[in-house]
Design a protein around this ligand. Sequence first.
Ligand SMILES: NC(=O)C1=CN([C@@H]2O[C@H](COP(=O)(O)OP(=O)(O)OC[C@H]3O[C@@H](n4cnc5c(N)ncnc54)[C@H](O)[C@@H]3O)[C@@H](O)[C@H]2O)C=CC1
Length: 389
Amino acid sequence: MSADDGASDGSGWFAPRDASPDAVLVRRTMNEIAPVADKVTSYFYALLFVRHPELRPLFPAAMDTQRDRLFRALLTAAEHIDHPTVLVPYLKNLGQGHRKYGTRSEHYPAVGECLIGALSQYADAVWDERTEAAWIRAYTTISQVMIDAAAVDELRAPAWWHAEVVAHDLRTSDVAVVTVRPDQPYPFLAGQYTSVETPWWPRVWRHYSFASAPRPDGLLTFHVKAVPAGWVSHALVHRARPGDIIRLGPPTGSMTVDHTTSSGLLCLGGGTGIAPIKALIEDIAEHGRRRPVEVFYGARTDHDLYDIDTMLRLQRAHPWLAVRPVVEQQAQAQLPDALRGYGPWNEYDAYLSGPPGMIRSGVHAVLAAGIPAERIRHDAVEELMAPTS
Ligand SMILES: NC(=O)C1=CN([C@@H]2O[C@H](COP(=O)(O)OP(=O)(O)OC[C@H]3O[C@@H](n4cnc5c(N)ncnc54)[C@H](O)[C@@H]3O)[C@@H](O)[C@H]2O)C=CC1
């Protein structure tokens, strides 16, 4: 996702003066429920599971970790109902991604009915017939795009892949490099990410970027850091062993290389965020075009630079690649600050990968360094903010 998509904060997609009457009503509802968003979310799921118990098995046992992903995604979509160029690709992706949960077209009306039920309950001060009609139209559009995208995807790809862990390399006390072999061909692009479910936490899915470009042997590698209260990450780091079977969702994400240009790549990889940057470097190397690639690899301490040997080996192999470790403890500065003193960057595209705070301040830093928003790429910050990734 590029920086100017603005999906993370919802601002800037369209000015209110351009809004259709339905979008105005939808936004009014959203403003009304904003202060009680958590309550609306809980109420939505309560309605859904009481009225449609057959849908409960599609969700994880502990809903606190699932959080409000579906509900939030639907609200985000409704809010941007006037912006089909952004909305349609987002919804197609959402529809395809929901196949791995076992979602079918007949489930959508139930979700829509409970969405309207929850909104009307908590936005009662502004809820009227026109508002309800606007939400029904918005939801009908949203769900139809998702249903159609899932149907098209069904013809060309499985809903999920099984993958066997074939290597597990504990690099530090909390970071593992995990390599898996999918049971069927798994097409993806360097820079993308997928969702992973472990056998220990059924139906709890977390996102991980691919740490290599597609390989001839079909193996996939992920860098996983066990984060506090991170069920999936702890399982992958401390429990998974060769022979274990995990599930993978489809590849997604647009932090990929445009091979039609020859501009340089300025890459900021923080912590395990170095994983997709490594994949991008391999991708450029395979395409054989010499494009300058400058990598700033950030970590809190020396010890946290768990993949520095690989990065330095790549640097030795490729004269167009420069890797600069930035250790916060030594530099007394965070990763994006390290850009100062280097450049100019006006011939570069920027790629950012790491913790959400680093992405946010990194975007500011590269904008300030003269790289325009449309040449800045990173994954959606809210995808990275899943509570227990
Ligand atoms: N595609 C992506 O964007 C990927 C993102 N990630 C995310 O990267 C994170 C990695 O976590 P850790 O290894 O624990 O990283 P960390 O917390 O140890 O930080 C790594 C680097 O980011 C910098 N940093 C952290 N917070 C910052 C802030 N608010 N402003 C500026 N710089 C900041 C630090 O200076 C350090 O250099 C996870 O949140 C993971 O979800 C991981 C893989 C791929």
